[in-house]
Design a protein around this ligand. Structure first.
Ligand code: FO1
Length: 324
């Protein structure tokens, strides 16, 4: 008699049965989201994206993390820069520079099409959520990509010498200078109905390997996202953005050091605290979580192409194992 296993047991282990929400910002978040999008049926996957990096530039509303996630899922992301589009040209920026316009923030010609279309639709009164859905439709992206709010929610950087800088000024114009003392987040930002619906029905929430301070915290700071994570999903899994004491990309390690934190996967797990149930860290840090039942080591380096699918599959499997 062949044992087909109990339908409950089998049911529990099928990825396709779970509604999954991924919190993401920047390149690491976009890559894991792209891996999940290859595994999870579109109706069961929602990606909630940080908009704290957004700002007005050249009269346009620029949404870097939304665009990086969109371009990555659409397969048109620029692999060298980690932002903007592949196969980019820079004729417009050259002309802007000749005209004495601001040239510190590089907007490629193809990327500009996104900002111009977004500006047009926002100008017609559409919400950022609706505009993002419009752009995703035209980029043939099926999973829902949701801005964390339809309200502006600018992240500000408070430097060790007391200055308060808009995020992009600090990140791009000043190239991650001056040293960071604190991240200042707005305190009156509300989640959209789409976000609340997605989190109220989520079985699994995955916090992508994004910068905890300027990608994930801005999302958790949007009311009532943190509370929904605490109450609803069966499991919240976070993936470490710090491997072997370094960030794979971006200023997370530098920020941790400047804010007086240990730069390690264990420090990230401690930072997330009891918000998370399972912590995924890289095998380079094997042994850092001796005996911890709620931490799993694996190869979390995604690179390009099939690394994203491998890591997404391993993260989901570790999460299902934790649930069973
Ligand atoms: N980052 C840079 O370091 N230099 C740039 O010139 C730059 C231009 C740019 C244009 C569009 C866009 O969506 C992102 C862009 N970024 C640039 C990245 C941006 O600063 C992001 O906020 C960071 O990657 C952090 O998420």
């Amino acid at each position: 008699m062949t044992d087909y296993g109990s339908p409950i047991m089998d049911r529990r282990l099928r990825i396709t049965d779970y509604r999954i929400v991924c919190l993401a910002g920047g390149v690491g978040g976009a890559k894991l989201a792209a891996g999940l999008a290859q595994l999870v049926p579109p109706p069961n996957l929602t990606i909630i994206v940080n908009t704290g990096d957004d700002f007005q530039h050249l009269g346009l509303t620029v949404c870097p993390d939304l665009d990086t996630v969109m371009y990555t899922l659409a397969g048109v992301a620029n692999p060298e820069t980690g932002w903007g589009r592949a196969g980019e040209s820079w004729r417009t920026m050259e002309a802007v520079t000749q005209l004495g316009g601001p040239d510190w923030f590089r907007l490629g010609d193809l990327d500009l099409a996104t900002h111009l279309t977004r500006a047009q639709l926002l100008g017609e009164g559409q919400t950022l959520t609706a505009v993002t859905r419009h752009l995703c439709t035209h980029l043939y992206i099926q999973p829902a990509i949701l801005p964390m709010s339809d309200q502006p929610a600018p992240t500000m950087i408070e430097s060790t010498d007391g200055r308060i800088l808009p995020f992009q000024t600090w990140f791009v114009r000043e190239r991650w200078q001056p040293p960071v003392n604190n991240i200042i987040l707005p305190n009156d930002v509300k989640a959209t109905h789409a976000i609340i619906r997605a989190l109220e029905t989520a079985d699994i929430v995955i916090i992508a390997p994004s910068n905890p301070f300027v990608s994930i915290d801005p999302i958790l700071n949007v009311y009532p996202i943190r509370a929904l994570l605490e109450d609803v999903p069966q499991v919240v899994t976070a993936v470490s953005p710090i491997i072997g004491g370094q960030a794979v990309k971006g200023p997370a390690a530098k920020m941790m050091q400047e804010m007086g934190m240990e730069v390690s996967a264990t420090a990230v797990a401690a930072y997330y605290g009891d918000l998370i149930d399972l912590f995924i860290y890289d095998r380079q840090d094997e042994g850092a979580f001796e005996g911890a039942g709620d931490a799993v080591a694996m190869d979390t380096m995604m690179g390009d192409g099939d690394g994203r699918l491998r890591v997404a599959k391993d993260v989901l499997q570790a999460t299902l194992d934790f649930l069973s």
